[in-house]
Write a protein that binds this ligand. Structure first.
Ligand SMILES: [Zn+2]
Length: 125
């Protein structure tokens, strides 16, 4: 069965979206995604790289490594909370609405983990 590209409701084969609202929301989503995808990619790359290096540094210099992991994790959390742009594979699997919700949940988890790691980093220095 074919599903609405936005809300994943079942639709007939000649439709893409179940209603006008879903089409409008999907268009808005793709518009925002096109605008910020490059910036998101850069921030994402830098953050993940910093977390990777941070984990390595942590094994030698704990204080520095802890901050290098904690701060980018908080940044990623905030970023995905305000701009929940899921990966294409997630959109294909869950459709836009659910993929965005999942991304928001991941963002909250990252944020909580990041803040906890920051507090840990502050008290361990
Ligand atoms: Zn729909």
């Amino acid at each position: 069965m074919k599903k609405c590209e936005y809300c994943a409701k079942e639709i007939s084969y000649h439709e893409i979206y179940c209603c006008d609202d879903c089409q409008t929301n999907a268009n808005k989503f793709y518009e925002v995604r096109d605008k910020i995808s490059k910036l998101m990619g850069v921030i994402n790359g830098v953050s993940v790289l910093s977390i990777g290096i941070g984990l390595f540094v942590y094994s030698m210099i704990r204080e520095v490594g802890a901050f290098m992991v904690a701060i980018p994790t908080v940044i990623l959390g905030i970023l995905f909370l305000f701009f929940p742009i899921p990966a294409d594979v997630m959109i294909q699997k869950y459709k836009i609405k659910k993929a965005v919700q999942i991304t928001r949940i991941i963002a909250v988890v990252l944020l909580v983990f990041g803040i906890a790691a920051t507090i840990f980093a502050i008290f361990s220095t």
